[in-house]
Design a protein around this ligand. Structure first.
Ligand code: ASP
Ligand code: MG
Length: 454
């Protein structure tokens, strides 16, 4: 069957589906836009963190019991407000007992597949609830198990979506349902070829929404969160930060990577591939509007925003082998790739390479960034120094590398700060400096003032 034109996929983050009242507000957003046929939800806020805690080896059985009780209490409060419809109650009861079973299984074997199954339970609940809230408001809506279409590889904790299979499966199983109702489905989770549950990495629901939009050839993805779109910087750091009405994919990709957590970095990829416009807004104040991210925008200023990414690790590799030699970088990157480490920034000198890594690139459980075995492997061919507690501050905009005077305006306010690393030139859309975490807020305020307020 052909897929409806003008389809919108709307995604609601954890705080937007935190409880019954929040879901109610979000349901109005869906009902007010007849183009929205697919809703993607995160787990109610806090639930995924508790599920992660349940998968951790250090969690005692006492703690497990308490965590399960807390998760159940979040779910049963929503169920109570819904007035206990029996089919919803049955599904939620089943999820809660499944969580207990999975917790016991993890005691016996710390299987990554079981961990992913555990992590997926929050979205299983919120999607069932959200569909019920829509029905309560008179809309035709049903919950849909995204694992029927969100095909991934078997890399548990950070599975790779398989774009072509997803498109095929969505055409077959999802598209036919959309003519008569709104479908509510889970973000963050998928399934491999064998049907085992996988997850796309923490915060992956935005990515899920964009992947489904791509598969269904939707024209828009809406990301509803608790901030009213993208700002020139985090308003909590600089009170004069201004909302941005429209921004290009290229700038948004930089923003997402360095982002004020507005958008999961990978979200933008499917949208760019299919030129799907992305909206980011607050589900608390939908009337305020938000930011549209588009392929083409009317205005491309040199300075668009200042963003920060905390929790950076700097890996410094030193080796005399590098001197007038070939292949050192190839070997280093092969090792990093083997350990699934994604590298962000790089600077090199004749005998040193400095790389920044960040936790966003680690898996759902937060493990595995710099494992012992990786460090050992690297140490075999160079001296390795690891520095933590750093933050990357990025000036984002257009023509940055080709506009005279940018460096002066950036560095004149950085004088009092120790800049650990500078990256500029690879992208026309950013200039990054690595500073100590403790100085990040001051650096951002100073840059914002100089670039946007003067
Ligand atoms: N619930 C998942 C998480 O907390 C996915 C998401 O919220 O996007 O990471
Ligand atoms: Mg979230």
């Amino acid at each position: 069957m052909s897929i409806a034109n003008g389809l919108t996929v709307a995604k609601f983050g954890g705080t937007s589906v935190a409880d019954y009242d929040a879901m109610h507000r979000c349901a109005d957003i869906i009902i007010n836009n007849p183009a929205t046929k697919v809703v993607v939800v995160s787990a109610s806020s806090g639930v995924t963190n508790k599920l992660v805690a349940l998968t951790q080896a250090t969690t005692t059985s006492e703690q497990s019991k308490l965590l399960i009780k807390q998760i159940a209490s979040i779910q049963y409060q929503i169920l109570d407000r819904l007035g206990h419809p029996s089919e919803v109650a049955a599904k939620i009861d089943a999820v809660i007992s499944h969580i207990s079973v999975l917790a016991e299984r993890l005691v016996l074997s710390r299987s990554k597949a079981v961990m992913d199954e555990m992590l997926s339970q929050g979205e299983m609940c919120s999607s069932v609830f959200f569909a019920a809230v829509l029905r309560e408001k008179g809309a035709a809506a049903a919950a849909f198990d995204v694992r029927q279409v969100m095909r991934t590889d078997s890399h548990h904790g950070r599975a790779e979506p398989q774009i072509e299979s997803i498109a095929q499966l969505a055409e077959e199983h999802l598209a036919p349902l959309l003519s008569s109702q709104v479908i509510v489905t889970q973000g963050f989770i998928g399934a491999d070829e064998e049907g085992a549950t996988t997850t796309l990495g923490r915060g992956g629901s935005d990515y899920s929404a964009a992947l489904l939009a791509e598969a269904l050839r939707a024209t828009a993805v809406e990301i509803w969160t608790d901030v009213a779109g993208i700002y020139t910087t985090d308003p909590r750091l600089a009170p004069n930060a201004k909302p941005i009405a429209e921004i290009s994919f290229n700038e948004a990709a930089e923003m997402a990577t360095f982002g004020a957590k507005v958008l999961h970095p990978a979200t933008i990829l499917p949208a760019v591939r299919q030129k799907i416009q992305v909206f980011v807004g607050s589900s608390w104040t939908p009337e305020q509007g938000g930011t549209w991210i588009r392929h083409q925008v009317s205005d491309e200023p040199v300075y668009r925003a200042v963003a920060v990414r905390r929790d950076q690790t700097l890996l410094n590799l030193h080796s005399l082998q590098m001197l007038h030699a070939q292949g050192f970088l190839a070997q280093t990157f092969a090792t990093l790739a083997k350990h699934k480490i994604s590298v962000d920034l790089i600077t090199t000198s004749e005998v040193n390479v400095a790389l920044t890594l960040d936790k966003t690139g680690s898996d759902s459980s937060g493990h595995g960034l710099l494992s012992e075995s990786l460090l050992q492997e690297l140490s075999q061919h160079c001296r390795v120094r690891v520095e933590d507690g750093l933050a990357l501050v990025a000036v984002i905009g257009n023509r940055i590398a080709s506009t005279a005077g940018v460096c002066r305006r950036v560095f004149e306010v950085l004088e009092p700060h120790n800049v650990r690393m500078i990256c500029q030139g690879a992208s026309p859309h950013n200039l990054c400096v690595l500073v100590e975490e403790a100085q990040a807020a001051d650096v951002i305020r100073a840059l914002h003032e100089n670039l946007f307020e003067s």
